[in-house]
Design a protein around this ligand. Structure first.
Ligand SMILES: Nc1ncnc2c1ncn2[C@@H]1O[C@H](COP(=O)(O)OP(=O)(O)O)[C@@H](O)[C@H]1O
Ligand SMILES: O=C(O)C1=C[C@@H](OP(=O)(O)O)[C@@H](O)[C@H](O)C1
Ligand SMILES: [Mg+2]
Length: 200
């Protein structure tokens, strides 16, 4: 696991506009805290918070129903549309965007996220275990005889771990710390990034 304080944000040719509005995206596995921390980070920065899953639910209904009717692929198409729309708004007015855990699966999403200050919330099996136990709304983690939810989480995480790393500009270890402390660390990393690029 990486110590976030030792990892400076990566420099890319496609860096965001240092004088533009505050735009920050969160990626990471299911139950890593994207929705919870995203809301807190948005409050800190004084910009709107957009959760792509919430947008999908508002426009198309429950995520489990979308998976049941149109499969994962149908859901991914709605997710890309929600991400694009969220960024259209955020690029003008500022915004913190919490993605769903599978947003990095599609190359076009990774491309879009790679052009923003995207933070990977790094977490492990031990930390998410009780959260997954408490919360049963994710269709990819539904309890089945052949594989328990936590085993599913581990399998999916191992498939995606490399994608999170390659997409992120910054990594924050969220295995410990309260939501508000972790949100502050994300805000600090973002502010350092802006300052290092000559922004305000
Ligand atoms: N730092 C944290 N400490 C304890 N619980 C947390 C923390 N971050 C998130 N949670 C809890 O974990 C669960 C999943 O968080 P959520 O924000 O929905 O994750 P995600 O959007 O990445 O799936 C929620 O019940 C939330 O309250
Ligand atoms: O990892 C995934 O493929 C998914 C993660 C979920 O979001 P959270 O990561 O916010 O739980 C939601 O988008 C959907 O159930 C699929
Ligand atoms: Mg979420």
């Amino acid at each position: 696991m990486t110590d976030p304080s030792s990892v400076p944000p990566r420099r890319r040719n496609s860096d965001p506009d240092p004088d533009g509005p505050d735009v920050l995206c969160l990626i990471g596995p299911m139950a890593s805290g994207k929705t919870t921390l995203g809301r807190a980070v948005a409050r800190h920065l004084g910009v709107p918070f957009i959760d792509t899953d919430a947008q999908i639910v508002a426009h198309h209904g429950a995520i489990a129903d979308i998976f049941a009717a149109d499969g994962e692929d149908g859901f991914r198409t709605l997710e890309t549309e929600a991400l694009r729309q969220a960024l259209e708004t955020a690029d003008v007015h500022g915004g913190v965007i919490a993605t769903g855990g599978g947003a990095v699966v599609r190359a076009e999403n990774r491309e879009i996220l790679g052009h923003r200050f995207t933070v990977y919330l790094e977490i492990d099996e031990e930390t998410v275990a009780s959260r997954i136990e408490r919360d049963q709304h994710r269709p990819l983690l539904s309890r089945q005889e052949d594989e328990e939810p936590l085993a599913k989480w581990c399998r999916i995480f191992s498939e995606r771990a490399g994608l999170y790393r390659e997409t992120a500009r910054h990594i924050v270890d969220v295995r410990s710390g309260t939501p508000s402390a972790n949100a502050e660390r994300i805000v600090d990393a973002y502010r350092r990034f802006r300052t290092s690029r000559g922004g305000i």
